[in-house]
Ligand binder design. Structure first.
Ligand code: PMP
Length: 323
C-alpha cells in the first residue's frame, strides 16, 4: 500500500513475492526511515487459521511510525492487509502438529527518492510471509545470556520503544560478542542508570520469584512493548503468579538467582514464545547459573501456546479467525 503526503494511503495491491524496485536515492537506504512488525498465524486442529492479537501489532506499528516520522497506518488497514495475505497463503500455514506457524512481517519504508535529512513524503507499506518451524525442534532447552553494559540498545529519548531496523543493526555487535562467549542472546543493561536491566536483542526478559513473583522490567520508553510479554503478564496472573513490572537491576538478578530469591528466568518473543534461561555470563567472564529448573517457565509457555493453537478456550479474546 502506498502513501503520499496530501493523498494518504492508496494503490493497495497483492503481487507474487519477488524483488521490489527502489530508486537508489530512496530515503530508507540512506537515513533508515523504516519500521517493521513480527506476528504469526496459527492453524488449529480443525484446520481453521487464526491471527494472534493483530491489533496490538497494529498499535505498536503506529507508535513506531510516530517516532520515526512515518505516517500512521490505520489499525483496520494493517489488520486487513495481514488477513488478506494469510487467506491467500492459507495453504502455506503449516499444520497444527508441533509448533509450526506462518510468520508475517509487515514493514514500512521511506520510498521517496531524495538526498537530505527530512521526513519522506512518499512511503510504502508491505507485508510478506514465511512458514516457520518449531523454534525448539529438539525440545525446549535453556539458553545462556551474555550481559553487557558496554553497548546500549537504546537510551532515554531514543528509539528503543520503536521497532525500527536501526535498533537491530546497532545491537549486532553486542549479539556477536555474546556468541564469542558461548551465549545465544545478549541482555542489555543501561549503564547510566546503575545497571538497570532492559531487554534482550530480540526478546523481553522475566524472572520468577520464590514466592510466585513474575518480574519483568517496566516499560520505560527504552524497551520494546512486547506482545508476548504482555500476554505472559495476563496468563501468569491467571496461573496464580504475581506480575511485577518494575525496575530490575543486573545485580539484583545475579544476587537473586544466587540466593534463591529468583528461582527461574526466561526470555520471550513472537519467534520462540518463551525460552528458559540456563544462566548469565557477565562481561567479567563470570557464569551465574540458574539451577532450579524450568517448571513455571514451561507452565506459562504451554498456557500461551495453548491459546495460540486453540487448545484451550480463548478467554482473553486474543485470536482472530482468518480462514
Ligand atoms: N524486544 C525486542 C528488541 C524484539 O525485537 C522483540 C521481538 N519483536 C521483543 C522484545 C518481543 O516482542 P514480541 O513479543 O512482540 O515479539
Amino acid at each position: 500500500i502506498a502513501w503520499t503526503k496530501g493523498q494518504g494511503w492508496h494503490s493497495a495491491k497483492i503481487v507474487p513475492y519477488g524483488p521490489i524496485a527502489l530508486d537508489p536515492s530512496a530515503a530508507v537506504l540512506h537515513y533508515g526511515q523504516e519500521i517493521f512488525e513480527g506476528m504469526k498465524a496459527y492453524r488449529h486442529e480443525d484446520d481453521s487459521v487464526w491471527l494472534f492479537r493483530p491489533e496490538r501489532n497494529a498499535r505498536r506499528f503506529q507508535t513506531s511510525a510516530a517516532r520515526l516520522m512515518l505516517p500512521e497506518l490505520p489499525t483496520d488497514l494493517f489488520v486487513d492487509a495481514a488477513r488478506e495475505l494469510v487467506s491467500i497463503d492459507a495453504r502455506y500455514v503449516p499444520p497444527a502438529a508441533g509448533e509450526h506457524s506462518l510468520y508475517l512481517r509487515p514493514f514500512m519504508i521511506a520510498s521517496e527518492a531524495f538526498l537530505g535529512v527530512r521526513a519522506a513524503e512518499e512511503v510504502t507499506f508491505y507485508v510478506i510471509a514465511s512458514p516457520v518451524g518449531p523454534y525448539f525442534a529438539q525440545g525446549v532447552t535453556g539458553v545462556d545470556i551474555w550481559v553487557t553494559d558496554r553497548w546500549a540498545r537504546a537510551g532515554i529519548g531514543g528509539t528503543g520503544a520503536a521497532k525500527c531496523g536501526g535498533n537491530y543493526a546497532a545491537s549486532l555487535i553486542a549479539q556477536y560478542e555474546g556468541y564469542e562467549h558461548g551465549c545465544n542472546q545478549v541482555m542489555f543493561i543501561e549503564a547510566s542508570e546503575k545497571d538497570r536491566v532492559e531487554e534482550l536483542g530480540g526478546m523481553n526478559v522475566f524472572l520468577v520469584g520464590a514466592n510466585g513473583e513474575l518480574v519483568t522490567p517496566a516499560l520505560t520508553g527504552t524497551i520494546l512493548d512486547g506482545i508476548t510479554r504482555d500476554s505472559i503478564l495476563t496468563v501468569g496472573e491467571s496461573l496464580g503468579l504475581k506480575p511485577e513490572q518494575r525496575r530490575l537491576s543486573a545485580s539484583e538478578v545475579f544476587s537473586g538467582i544466587a540466593d534463591g530469591t529468583f528461582v527461574e528466568a526466561f526470555c520471550c518473543g513472537t519467534a520462540a514464545v518463551i525460552s528458559p534461561i540456563s544462566g548469565f555470563v557477565t562481561d567479567k567472564g563470570e557464569y551465574r547459573p540458574q539451577g532450579q529448573g524450568f517448571a513455571t517457565t514451561l507452565q506459562i509457555r504451554n498456557a500461551v501456546l495453548d491459546v495460540q493453537y486453540g487448545r484451550t478456550p480463548d478467554e482473553y479474546g486474543w485470536l482472530q479467525r482468518v480462514v
